[in-house]
Design a protein around this ligand. Structure first.
Ligand code: DGY
Length: 320
């Protein structure tokens, strides 16, 4: 079975695939064009896909009829038309759990960075503008006892809530497709409506799976309903927020700050005016970028391909 792997992944996953006797195909160069990428896909039976550069849509499946399975090197699957894949009996594996800790760590890091104005203060040091001790300058806000609103209480949202409760005694509210009573008992979390989440959160952290219906859900009208001291955190997908509206909300002081590990668009332009604001901290989608998480993802993705090659069920599948 031929497996196309569009980017290098940690060796632990490659070793597993080699031991399973699979034929591995790597691209001869980085940054393939869409046509070049399709060319590789057409000649493969399965794909171990890294990143969301290209969409697995109807056109893809029409042009690459030989593809029998896709193993994503990600937990997110918003770049795959799952309905189309399912109709064609193509399993789409993903890599949940192994990156929940790392990704929620980044949400937690952003929350603290924004609350204590880390980017702004770091810039002062770099600008040789340390200044003298000023009782009224560079003041952040403490998170102790504040309300953390989780949008999407899946594995990553759960870990973010747990860390924040343990570290800062934060009061946890959440909004989710379904109420999660077990998590409520463990976290002391309260299920609230979306409107309540927006209005009551001191920190609002986005952790849901992205779907097209939720495109730019967090926009001007939502930012306007948030508390003026609120911090908006997005480590899920950039498509969840309208970045121009977020910029304006920060400029107009409708909210206090924002921490993003995902941007809209992604990658974002270095000319984006939001980068000029002292109330933001922005990272280039590094949520799962730890040795531990990336090795775990490699093993899960490779395991999914191997399971498929043996006619077994993938351990984690995005298909319903
Ligand atoms: C994921 O796994 O979905 C991360 O966002 C990396 O793409």
């Amino acid at each position: 079975m031929k497996v196309f792997i569009n980017k290098r992944i940690p060796e632990t996953g490659i070793d597993m695939l080699k031991e399973a006797g699979l034929e591995l195909i790597f691209p001869e160069k980085e940054n393939l064009s869409y046509e070049e990428w399709l060319g590789y896909c057409k000649n493969a039976d399965t794909i171990l896909n890294v990143g969301g550069d290209f969409k697995y849509d109807k056109n893809f499946f029409d042009v690459c009829p030989n593809i029998k399975a896709i193993a994503l090197y990600s937990v997110g699957f918003d770049h795959v038309d799952i309905k189309e894949a399912t109709q064609r009996n193509i399993p789409v594996g993903n890599t949940p759990d192994v990156l929940s800790r790392a990704t929620s760590d980044v949400a937690f890091l952003l929350m603290q960075s924004v609350a204590r104005r880390a980017s702004y203060n770091f810039q002062k040091v770099k600008d040789d503008n340390w200044g003298t001790f000023d009782p009224l300058h560079a003041l952040g806000q403490e998170l102790y006892g504040k309300t953390l609103g989780i949008f999407g209480l899946g594995r990553i949202g759960y870990e973010m809530a747990e860390k924040s409760r343990k570290a800062f005694g934060m009061n946890i509210i959440y909004h989710n497709r379904h109420q999660n009573e077990e998590a409520e008992n463990e976290l002391g979390a309260t299920y609230v409506s979306f409107e309540e989440l927006i209005k009551s959160s001191d920190v609002l952290s986005v952790h849901a799976n992205f779907t097209p219906e939720q495109k730019e859900l967090f926009n001007q009208s939502i930012f306007e309903q948030m508390k003026p001291n609120a911090i908006f955190i997005n480590t899920a997908r950039g498509g969840f927020h309208n970045q121009k509206d977020l910029y304006q909300a920060l400029v107009d002081k409708k909210i206090w700050g924002a921490g993003l590990d995902v941007t809209n668009p992604e990658p974002m332009s270095a000319d984006d005016p939001i980068l000029g604001l002292s109330s933001v901290c922005i990272l280039p989608h590094i949520g799962s970028a730890t040795v531990e998480a990336r090795n775990g993802m490699a093993r899960l993705a490779a395991g999914n391909i191997i399971a498929f090659s043996k006619n077994e069920k993938m351990s984690n599948c995005a298909n319903p």
